[in-house]
Write a protein that binds this ligand. Structure first.
Ligand code: AQP
Length: 338
């Protein structure tokens, strides 16, 4: 029951709370393909998390298959990595309960995502939204994952997962759960909204024009980039001159992430250019990267039985690990063997 036999295991997940965005792609999925070659990987469609805000059941089912198809289209190989749905592995909810008993409310009160999502309506926010980070800790710790690739927005939740793992280990005087490390390595760890460069691009933003979806066709991408908020100045030569121009900086970062260039190198190419020059170039590169992913996703979605079969196989692999770890946790906390 040590952590040594579980070195270098990756867990990461995405909520099927809508259509995946360019932010999900650049902050998370894009890096997952390469990680499969160096780590044992578990990639999860976290539908229990999606439920923390209201979901239409039919849309949730559809989005779950769509996310699975996009993962495969973007390079996740279900033969190499366990690709599965969170609600198919009951251990996530069970471990969340156990870990919740080691999580002081003071820690949860600091979580900025809860404050952002609950807004002024805090008294009416559901327990699930408040307890979201405990479930996220359970997702990772259930597999004793050592590394979690996430975008910058999830860093605080991952720090909490480390605190909870530490609290559990200390309570029982064991070195059982590894303290999971964030891997914030995406080329654009924080992609911002196209309407407001100070807000992150999000699936659930009320404005469709705030984001690019992985399934947007070329015409929609042209339109969304044309309408993206900018300012009247041309692009500067130096990155420091974008400090107070969040929308411009965001578009330059997106271009660089897709072209495998640093934002400074993008400026070398476009210094002095107006947005009427830069935006078409940006559109072209977005369409060239997302186009093939879109085509492949739509093709995969025509065969839902094949997607379900991949998810079933992933579930079996995930259950193999989670059942072993949960029975060890049961022993540690003092549950009678069933
Ligand atoms: N804008 C972003 N930039 C970089 N990374 C991002 N991620 C999400 N948005 C961006 C990364 O994608 C992974 C999965 O996110 P999620 O869907 O589980 O939850 P989220 O972070 O809350 O994403 P959304 O799109 O904002 O969902 P909603 O609107 O439903 O809350 C994570 O690794 C995240 O960092």
């Amino acid at each position: 029951m040590t952590k040594d036999d579980d070195m270098n295991r990756i867990f990461s997940g995405i909520q099927p709370s809508g259509h995946l965005t360019l932010g999900n792609y650049l902050g998370a999925i894009k890096n997952w393909g390469a990680l499969q070659n160096t780590h044992e990987c578990l990639f999860c469609i976290v539908d229990l998390h999606a439920m923390t805000v209201p979901q239409d059941p039919q849309a949730l089912r559809q989005a779950t298959r769509e996310v699975a198809a996009s993962f495969i289209a973007a390079g996740i190989n279900p033969q190499k990595s366990a690709l599965f749905v969170q609600s198919h592995v009951s251990g996530h909810s069970e471990l969340a309960w156990i870990l919740g008993c080691f999580t002081p409310l003071g820690w949860l009160n600091r979580m900025t995502q809860f404050k952002d999502k609950a807004g002024k309506n805090r008294e009416h926010a559901c327990l699930g939204l408040y307890a979201y980070p405990v479930l996220m800790a359970a997702d990772v710790l259930l597999y004793k994952a050592t590394h979690v690739p996430v975008g910058e927005d999830q860093k605080q939740h991952l720090e909490l997962a480390r605190d909870i793992a530490g609290a559990f280990n200390r309570h029982f005087g064991v070195d059982y759960f590894p303290l999971p490390e964030p891997l914030i390595q995406g080329p654009a760890p924080r992609v911002m909204s196209l309407r407001d460069g100070t807000k992150k691009m999000s699936k659930s933003d009320p404005s469709d024009f705030s984001r690019i979806h992985l399934l947007d066709d070329a015409d929609s991408i042209v339109l969304k980039i044309r309408k993206a908020k900018t300012d009247p100045e041309p692009l500067p030569a130096e990155i420091k001159d974008l400090e107070h121009r969040p929308e411009a900086r965001n578009l330059v970062t997106i271009y660089g992430a897709l072209a495998h260039k640093s934002p400074q190198d993008v400026l070398k190419e476009f210094a002095g250019a107006s947005f009427s020059i830069f935006k078409p170039a940006l559109t072209e590169i977005i369409v060239s990267v997302l186009g093939p992913i879109r085509t492949e996703t739509l093709k995969l979605l025509q065969d839902p039985l094949m997607i379900d079969a991949c998810l079933k196989e992933g579930k079996e692999r995930a259950c193999g690990l989670s059942e072993k770890n949960l029975s060890e946790v049961h022993k540690l906390v003092g549950f009678l063997a069933a």
